[in-house]
Each structure stands twice: as C-alpha cells, then as structure tokens.
Design a protein around this ligand. Structure first.
Ligand code: N01
Length: 553
C-alpha cells in the first residue's frame, strides 16, 4: 500500500512539508507522473486546483464535449492492467466517460491519497542555497521539493474576451471550459453562442436541440469533418488488441511525422484521386485520416487547396441557405492547420428553423447589453450566453504560476518574447523544473495522452539517472535551448501551419507573442533518446552543494 500525502512528505529542517517531487495538476499527465515516480521510489505530492482528477476533462463538461481522438487510443498505453479492466463504449468517448476513466485510473493506482485537491499553486521559487523548489498554494500552504513537474495542461486556462458591457448582461453566462457541475437547462430559452472552434462546433448542435432559439456569433468559420461516432463492437476491440503491439512500437519510433523535408518532396496526386480519397474519409469519419491523407497535405498549398475545396463543397451540399453556407465556409487560410474540428451534425444544424448564424465579419459585436448582444446592425435578446472562446493555450497555465528560477528570474520575463524551452521539457535558468507537454514539444498536437506519457517516462529516467549518480540539479544550456527553439520554428515554417491565425501561435490572446508553440517535426522521441544516449547533450548537471563541500573537506 502506498504512503499517504502526509506520510510521503516528510518535514524539512524549516518545518515546511518536504518531498522529492511536486506534481502540479492531476490530469492524465499528472496522474501518470505521480504513479511512475512513486513506483521509482520517490516521495511525490500532487496539487490540483479542481476538486477531482481529470484536468481538462473535469472542466470541459459542456453539452456535446467529446474527444476527437478514438477512445481506444486515447487511453494510457503503458498499462496492460488498465487496458484489460476498462472497456470504452464509443468510437469517440464523451467527456463523462473520459472523466470516469481518469477517476478509475486514479482509484486503481491508488493515487488520490497523494493529491491535495481544491488547491491552486500560486508560486514556485527555486532556492539556490538548498537547491530545492519552494511551492506556495492559494491556501497559504508551503512545501519544498527537489523537482517540480508542471502537468498543468495545454488547454486549461479559459479565454474570455473582454467584450464591453458583458458585466451588464442580465441572463446566464457560461464558458465551455468552466461548465457547471449541475445540468444546464436551455429549454424554452434564447441562447447565444460566441465562438465556433472545436468546443463551439460540438456544443452548438446539442444546444440547438434544447433551446427555443440559438444565435451563433461566428467570427472565423472553421474546417470540420464528421465524427461518425458509434458504439464500439467486439470486433473493434479485437482488432485493436491484435494491432496493439504494432501500435505501441509505432509510438516508440515516432509519434508525429507530418513534415517532409521539403514542401514538394512527395508527389501531387491528380485532383480526382485526392477528391475520391477525401470522399472515402468523409464517410469513415474522424480527423486523423484527413490530416495524413497525403504526405504533403499540410505542406503543399496545391494539395491542401483540394482538401479545403472538398470541405467547402460538403458545406454547400449540406446547408440549404446559400448565404449561410457561404458564411460557414472557411476561406483565406489552409485546411488542417488550425485544429481540425470533428463534429456531429454541425453544418446540418444550420438548417433548423430555431438556429441563426450571425457573421461577425459583416456585423461585429459592439456591445453586450442587459438584454443581449448588440452587433453593428442588430440587437439580439438572449436569456443565456455561452462563451466557446477557447484558451490561453500551451503557456497560459505555466505563466499563471509565479515561477522564479536562478537569481529570482521569472518565467514570465524569460518568455516575454515567446516560450523558450529545451525539448519542451526544461527551461534554462530553471533547474529541476519539468514541463509536461510544454511548448517546443509535440504538446497539443496528436494524441495528448501519449505525449504526456512520453514526457513522464523521460523525466522518470532522468531523475533516476540523477539519483544514481548523486546529481542535484539538471538544466539546459542556453545555446542548446536557443538551437532547439530555432529548430522548432524552422520546422513549423516549412509547413502551412503559420499561415493561419490559430491558438497554436498564441494570436487569440491579446499581447501574446506570435510564436508557433508545438513541435511538429519528425522523430521527437528519437531525438530525445539520442540526447540522453549522448550523455544528456545540451544539459548541465549540478552536484549537490553538500557533496561538493564534503569533497572539498
Ligand atoms: O477554442 P478555439 P475551442 N469575438 O480557440 C472565437 C481542443 N478541444 O475551445 O477564430 C468573437 O479553437 C474564435 O474566433 P476566431 C482542441 O484542440 C478539443 O473551441 O478567433 N469570437 C473561435 O471561433 C481545440 O482546438 C476538443 O476569429 C471570438 C472560438 O472563439 C482547442 O481545444 C473539443 C472572440 C475559439 O475557438 C480549443 O478549442 C474542444 C471574440 N472576441 C476543444 N474571441 C475535442 O477533442 C474568440 N472568439 C473534440
């Protein structure tokens, strides 16, 4: 039986709780970190702002919330036991099922006793004398740890735009990423939704079914493909099990390899061949097939244009009113370089009599009044307003904590011109601080659970190496970090990704530097492994001050 939070954390000389590792966040990354590090003999402590585990799946419980990665893959890959004991019901699991899975994993692994819930970390300061982090919480709690792991998630700080007058609105206000625990009843109500990203696109069809009237305020139309969600069959489970070994091996080699070395490396198939393939993928459902339909789809403008035309054609075929169809059709940015949305009946929803699309490009929102939303042309009376306006992604949750490294330098200052990391795992000047799915790693691209797992495995190996060799600190060299940042940017620049104003670039947050944050190069894991094999190339380890003193005496 594992030790409890109190047993795990001893009292330090200062009387402050002390442990080896503080893990901030109890989503999938944080839970696995707690488990794996404890298994490796470290005393660990988890701090979580929410009252329960689950991270983003705890908060995003809006109607229609569902994962866009198939559930058989959106699971811990490292545990045969968990796999055996949990059976997904649907091809794409809904938020409630994913949250139950996180709760099941936490219970099965006996992790809750390690986590202090309802506790937000407000600061983490590296004390150079003791070479330990001092972590402070919003309850006034303090604890010290040799290592801090920020498992705070890439999509956890909601973005609520500062629209004038919002405080005057007399109706109910919701944000998709802070949805209430209790069911929300829209029956008989006039509801407005602002935002048509993945969250809005999932919520809109569900709200339309419940509400008397739904007004969708759209600034930028998005590409979306059908999920074609369905219950999983025995055959689905069998075929997943049969392919499991190959799937696990594929994760080891390279988890993300969408970027061929040059834009025109792969041949351009004839348009009708591409079209036929997209038609097949459209019928199958899901985004994964589209994003990998052709090796250069996210690189070659000509190939990408065909996919964009295909989706626009589908919108025209589905939406009966041509003006609405035109307004829903994305133009002016490539296909798939903003997160490709996956929906159920999204475009068809605009054929309902109780749904109206307001194109904010033609009539921007000017004011939110007590009664509803005023655009440049009209006033819409509303009983409820839903913000589906996304997140301060990737860096938001890291910068929400006052993190101070060597010489009291703040992470905020270090990242004032955009995040700088080595491998998306570590930051120069911030020893023994690890970021799970941090900027400069695959992060929010692809399957975030397996991205988290890889980082936890890497950190565990690193910490074990340090303990074995009596090393007190690890931090990346400035030059290695700069070179990695350059590489991350170069890879992105070889693609069409920077051509869209997406949250990947931080442009949705006023004042945030325009930097492409995820790493989308090939063979990320191979690179990380090579760096370790090359004696942690680009890192500097520090011997503990005690050992140095002992050696000098
Ligand atoms: O957020 P978004 P999201 N006035 O940033 C609009 C993951 N996720 O929560 O594009 C009017 O994509 C904004 O308009 P514009 C997934 O990775 C996954 O939907 O800035 N509109 C946009 O339409 C996803 O990509 C799943 O012009 C304003 C919308 O709000 C990520 O989370 C489900 C505005 C925000 O879209 C984020 O998705 C849900 C303003 N002032 C989420 N400000 C699945 O797994 C913003 N907008 C399926």
């Amino acid at each position: 039986m594992a030790a409890s939070v109190q047993e795990q954390a001893g009292a330090s000389e200062t009387g402050i709780d002390a442990c080896d590792v503080v893990v901030v966040g109890a989503g999938f990354g944080g839970l696995y970190a707690l488990h794996k590090l404890r298994e490796n003999g470290l005393s660990v402590r988890g701090l979580e702002a929410a009252p329960d585990v689950g991270g983003t799946w705890y908060w995003n419980r809006y109607p229609g919330a569902r994962c866009d990665v198939p559930s058989l893959f959106y699971s811990y890959s490292w545990s045969p036991e968990l796999r055996r004991e949990w059976r997904w019901t649907n091809r794409y699991a809904g938020q409630d099922e994913i949250l139950r899975y996180a709760q099941f994993a936490a219970d099965r692994l006996d992790l809750r006793r390690l986590i202090q819930f309802d506790t937000r970390v407000v600061s983490a300061t590296f004390d150079e004398r003791s070479e330990r982090w001092i972590v402070e919480t919003d309850h006034g709690g303090r604890l010290t740890a040799r290592f801090v792991i920020m498992a705070t998630g890439g999509l956890s700080v909601p973005n609520t735009p500062d629209i004038p007058g919002v405080a005057d609105f007399k109706g109910e206000i919701f944000h998709t990423a802070r949805w209430p625990q209790e069911p929300v009843n829209f029956e008989g109500k006039r509801v407005g939704v602002i935002g048509t990203g993945s969250s809005g696109i999932q919520a809109i069809p569900m709200i339309a079914q419940a509400a008397k009237q739904l007004i969708v305020f759209q600034r930028t139309p998005n590409f979306s493909v059908p999920a074609r969600n369905r219950p999983l069959t025995d055959e689905d489970h069998r075929s997943f099990d049969e392919g499991l070994e190959a799937y696990l091996a594929s994760l080891e080699q390279s988890d993300f390899g969408r970027v061929p070395p040059t834009a025109f490396a792969a041949e351009v198939p004839p348009r009708d061949v591409q079209w036929k393939h997209y038609e097949k993928l459209w019928q199958e459902g899901g985004s994964g097939g589209f994003l990998k339909a052709f090796p250069n789809i996210l690189v070659h403008p000509g190939v990408n244009d065909v996919a964009a035309d295909f989706v626009r054609q589908k919108i025209r075929e589905t939406v009966k009113d041509p003006k609405t169809a035109a307004a829903l059709s994305p133009e002016g940015y490539p296909f798939g370089v903003k997160r490709l949305c996956v929906d159920t009946d999204y475009f068809d929803t605009y054929n309902r009599a109780n749904v109206e699309l307001v194109n904010l490009r033609e009539e921007p929102i000017e004011w939110i009044a007590a009664a509803g939303v005023d655009t440049a042309k009209r006033s819409f009376d509303l009983d409820a307003l839903v913000f589906a306006t996304g997140f301060d992604a990737v860096t938001g949750a890291l910068l929400a904590v006052d993190i101070r490294g060597r010489d009291g330098a703040t992470l905020k200052d270090a990242w004032s011109e955009g995040p700088q990391t080595y491998l998306g795992l570590t930051v120069a000047g911030f020893p023994n601080l690890f970021t799970i799915t941090g900027p400069g790693s695959p992060s929010v691209i692809g399957n975030v659970i397996t991205n988290c797992e890889y980082h936890v495995d890497w950190i565990t190996e690193c910490v074990t190496h340090m303990r074995r060799h009596g090393l007190a600190t690890i931090e990346p060299d400035e030059e290695a970090q700069v070179a990695w940042g350059r590489h991350v940017a170069e890879v992105a620049d070889r693609t069409l990704f920077p051509k869209a104003n997406s949250w990947y670039l931080g442009v949705n947050i006023p004042g945030k530097p325009r930097v492409f944050m995820p790493y989308i190069g090939e063979g990320y894991r191979t690179t990380c492994k090579e760096i370790v094999a090359d004696n942690y190339r680009g890192f500097t380890f520090g011997v503990s001050a005690d050992r140095e003193r002992a050696a000098a005496e």
